[in-house]
Design a protein around this ligand. Structure first.
Ligand SMILES: [Zn+2]
Ligand SMILES: [Zn+2]
Length: 358
């Protein structure tokens, strides 16, 4: 990458992280003040340590980790009490790692080689790194998602039982299930909107947007803690509308499949259906460095349309680049990047590091 381009990207990145960047300067100023204090009273070591701690770590990220731990703890204790922990984890795996999803990923990977939006080697850096995220997803994220869902439902039922709409008990399934899935998609849109608007959440979402070589595997490139607010919000309509009935696992799997396809390295717009369903070309615009504020839909585009944030692509459009200006998150395309696993650890640790954002 030309040096001038790196410089330009760095400037844009500084704009993208206003509150965090602003947070560093006062800390630095605080350190200077503390240094003066040490000279005056010779007892500033404790304060100096606190300032250094503040400069190095991001408290909001630890708060989100703590919230996640509480929800998981609620889920585990509730399931252990009912003797259902293993059963529920296994059901979650069946929904979120279903053969249908695996088949979709394999078939889409083949299509990406035949009709790529951007031609690149099978073992491109981005593909290898995102494959590591697939492994992390299978081992860590799927059980986490399952427990977040159970924990959020348990908390809602225990502390806000009034949200359960008993009137829907008599609705026929053909009406209730689509309404619930659409409402769940709306909650997911809201969570995604919050990921982009609130800096503490963006710190975790940025990893997903850092991919410069989009592929179907990028669907799994996400910080595990990015899912906490999404599951908290998406559980609300499910508990409200279907408190006594679970959504059929196959519907969850189909929903996840549509949400996975959107990262494919394909120019597909889905034709007329693309006005309603999020297509790879539609979502790619959301991954462009300069249009991240549009096309936030997860499966349905209606929320973007209602919010005035929909930008529909056409097949004639040029394929734009993706990623984050200035590379605030360490990426595999950087010449100085270490091995895939080492980089994975750096990427997962980055939101906790206050100085990793500039
Ligand atoms: Zn996003
Ligand atoms: Zn995405």
């Amino acid at each position: 990458m030309p040096a001038s381009q790196v410089q330009a990207r760095g400037t844009a990145a500084d704009d993208r992280w206003p509150s965090a960047g602003a947070g560093e300067d006062p800390a630095g100023a605080g350190e200077d003040r503390n240094g003066a204090g040490e000279e005056r009273i010779g007892a500033g070591a404790g304060a100096g340590f606190r300032v250094a701690w503040r400069r190095r770590l991001c408290p909001s990220s630890f708060a989100l980790a703590g919230l996640t731990a509480v929800i998981v703890w609620v889920a585990v204790t509730a399931l252990l009490r009912r003797g259902q922990l293993a059963t529920v984890l296994s059901a979650g795996r069946a929904e979120l790692a279903a053969p249908l999803l695996v088949a979709l990923v394999v078939a889409t990977s083949i299509c990406e080689q035949i009709w790529p939006a951007e031609r690149r080697p099978v073992l491109a850096h981005g593909h290898v790194q995102d494959a590591c995220f697939v492994a992390l997803h299978a081992v860590v994220v799927i059980p986490l998602m399952t427990l977040l869902s159970v924990g959020a439902a348990t908390l809602l039922a225990g502390h806000a039982p009034w949200i359960e709409l008993r009137a829907t008990e008599h609705w026929p399934g053909w009406l209730l299930i689509p309404v619930t899935v659409v409402a769940m998609d709306g909650a997911n849109w809201l969570a995604h909107y919050a990921d982009h608007r609130l800096d503490p959440l963006w710190r975790f979402h940025a990893l997903h947007h850092s991919q410069e070589e989009l592929s179907v595997l990028t669907s799994f490139r996400a910080h595990p803690l990015m899912h906490t607010t999404g599951f908290l919000l998406a559980t609300i309509p499910v508990v409200a509308l279907m408190p006594a009935r679970p959504i059929a696992p196959v519907l969850i799997t189909i929903y996840v499949c549509i949400g996975t396809l959107q990262h494919a390295n394909l120019r597909w717009t889905f034709g007329p259906a693309g006005r309603v369903l999020v297509s790879p070309a539609y979502h790619r615009l959301h991954h462009a460095p300069d249009t991240q504020d549009v096309n936030l839909g997860v499966v349905l585009t209606i929320w973007d349309v209602l919010a005035g944030l929909a930008q529909f692509p056409s097949r004639a459009d040029a394929v734009g680049r993706t990623g984050l200006d200035g590379r605030p998150v360490p990426v595999e395309q950087d010449d100085s990047a270490g091995s895939a696993l080492l980089l994975l650890a750096e990427q997962l640790a980055e939101p906790f590091h206050a100085r990793g954002i500039g």
